[in-house]
Design a protein around this ligand. Structure first.
Ligand code: EPU
Length: 337
């Protein structure tokens, strides 16, 4: 049975380490508990917020309602053949614990996504991605519970409307569904995904290509560039990489020879927001306890006691400054509450 806590600090439940409070806090460890909680809750008009791993959220104020943290556990094999395996995973499993498990078992597909903070249930929402792989590449389906009517739904991959750091769960279905399980189709004869420059470089240090070594290489790159949320509060990339018109990109290239540009299939070009922010002079800057990480300008950090508002204000200043210097809008990736 779940316990409802009142006037609860969320400091340990968001990787930014922001000390925001909620009026009520409840953790549910099974689908039954979630259903039971919602049956009661739906009779009230108190606002509800679902919190997963807390790795992609910035609290700028207290939340006057219920925060529900579902942590359904379990990894179950649904189907297995010579080539692949279908596993159904509880939304509350830690993402990287799951990745490590797959690598140990020799199941390929998620190794490039090693060490991403958060849990399995939130990985489809923003379609987590790194080093040339997005989680949509391996998701078979997403199961959820509809908050309003307690209906169980299954979304096939194509129904999730996945895009770059985007899905239907961030748009039409925002705040309407609780993701309960995610099923992944993984390869038993792995195909290594090595199209990301810095990963291929890092792998040269290893003498054998294997899932384990790819995981190690990804962990090494991430640890060298990205702050560990256990040490310095952060939520990974704070902004999305903007996509611009090719003609505009050409002009930028003439002015800035070193600008990294990534051509997209539809003729547009993706620019690393980290590069733009660095060029605008923000890398390593600190205002009070809110700052821009010194090794990766895309990441905003909380050096200790920053408030969510201070981080948010810094983010807005950065957006404005990138707009002024490059005439490019950079969009926040993190959910601001
Ligand atoms: N760059 C700079 N200065 C910086 C940061 C980056 O010049 O301060 C340049 C780098 O030199 C490089 C390019 O930008 O040429 C790309 O940098 P990086 O490989 O670090 O990747 P990114 O585009 O900045 C994206 C994801 C990361 C993911 C990496 C690796 C987004 C918003 N971010 O960052 O995802 O780990 O690629 O695939 O797409 C996250 O979402 O939380 C996250 C960390």
């Amino acid at each position: 049975m779940f316990e409802i806590k009142e006037n609860f600090s969320l400091k340990n439940y968001n990787t930014f380490g922001i000390d925001a409070k909620c009026r009520f806090f409840v953790e549910c460890s099974s689908l039954d508990e979630i259903t039971q909680f919602l049956e009661n809750h739906n009779k009230s008009d108190i606002p509800l917020m679902i919190l997963g791993g807390g790795s992609n959220v910035l609290f700028t104020q207290d939340f006057e309602g219920y925060v529900l943290r579902p942590f359904i556990k379990g990894i179950e094999i649904i189907e297995e053949s010579e080539e692949d395996i279908l596993v159904k995973v509880g939304a509350g499993e830690d993402w990287d614990v799951f990745v490590e498990y797959c690598v140990e078992k020799g199941w390929g597909g998620v190794e490039n996504l090693s060490l991403i903070p958060g849990n399995v249930g939130t990985c489809p929402i923003q379609n987590i991605g790194a080093y040339g792989v997005e989680v949509k590449d391996v998701i078979e389906e997403v199961e959820s519970l509809e908050i309003e009517n307690l209906k169980k739904n299954t979304f096939k991959n194509a129904e999730c409307a996945f895009g770059y750091r985007d899905s239907i769960f961030k748009r039409n279905l925002k705040g309407k569904q609780i993701i309960t399980y995610v099923s992944f189709r993984l390869k038993k004869q792995p195909v290594f995904m090595l199209n990301y420059g810095s990963l291929t470089e890092e792998l040269n240090k290893f003498n054998e290509l294997s899932l384990k070594n790819i995981r190690k290489a990804v962990i090494d790159i991430r640890e060298s560039k990205l702050p560990d949320p256990k040490e310095i509060g952060n939520s990974g990339s704070f902004f999305k990489n903007p996509v611009i018109e090719e003609s505009y990109a050409k002009g930028l290239k003439q002015e800035y020879e070193d600008i990294p540009l990534y051509k997209q299939d539809n003729g547009t070009v993706k620019v690393p927001a980290g590069w733009l922010i660095e060029k605008a002079g923000w890398k390593g800057k600190r205002i009070g306890d809110a700052g821009v990480h010194e090794k990766q300008a895309l990441v905003l950090v909380n050096y200790g006691n920053a408030t969510g508002k201070e981080i948010f204000n810094l983010a807005q200043e950065i957006q404005q400054s990138v707009k002024t210097k490059f005439n490019i809008n950079i969009e926040m990736e993190v959910n601001v509450v």
